[in-house]
Ligand binder design. Sequence first.
Ligand SMILES: [Fe+2]
Length: 253
Amino acid sequence: MEFIDIHSHYAWDIDDGIASLEDAKKALAKASKQGIKQIIATPHIIPGTTNNIDFIKERIKEFIKLAKNYDIKGYYGSEVMLNSDCLTSLKNDEFISLNNGPYLLVEFNLTQSINEDCYDRLYEYSLKHKLIIAHVERYFHNKLNLQLIQSWIKDGHIIQVNSSSFLGENGKKVKNNAYTLLENGLIHVIANDTHRITKHRYPNLNDTYELLIKKYSSDQIKKLMYDNPLAIINGEDILPIEIDKIPWFKRRK
Ligand SMILES: [Fe+2]
């Protein structure tokens, strides 16, 4: 099985992701072993703080060149934080859409609760781009707000969940949130959000796929981990995926 990662921090030494060229090489070798064949580099852009977008683009160019050595196709992208300065960044076009196409990866501040401001910010950005909301399972520290997430989908936004969350790398609460979203058919895409070579958000798409297909339809999981990511790269429309559980007596050991 081949995988596509639409959310990653391999472009080294520009954010809290991979720290050096040497680490980028090790992470790419690990990605290759996981069957990851295409990676969108999505460095963090923090409106009001990030002021080196040209340097970020140069580093992504270097990453794309490096990834070829591992038989991995790289693409341009970014992950834009929808903070209080984000409307100024929007006006100034200070972001990189995925594969320079219609989709833009956005995130909220994980340390703050999601509030009503999210609607205005998403609305303004959605006038220019189709929005993919990053790691949705990580924002809800108490109770997962399924109604809010359903309203995001109704508004046309794409729901992305991190593979590491299914593996339990982000704690029990986040793991439960990821499975609840999956079983309610509220996910469009699973991505790796690679930040490190080992621990937490390391290249693990194949590990996640193998775990999930023990319990859920492999065709449907493939849609979340390959078909929809490919459609995102190509700028095509996608839908959330309904997930069927395999009856316990038919599950692989
Ligand atoms: Fe990220």
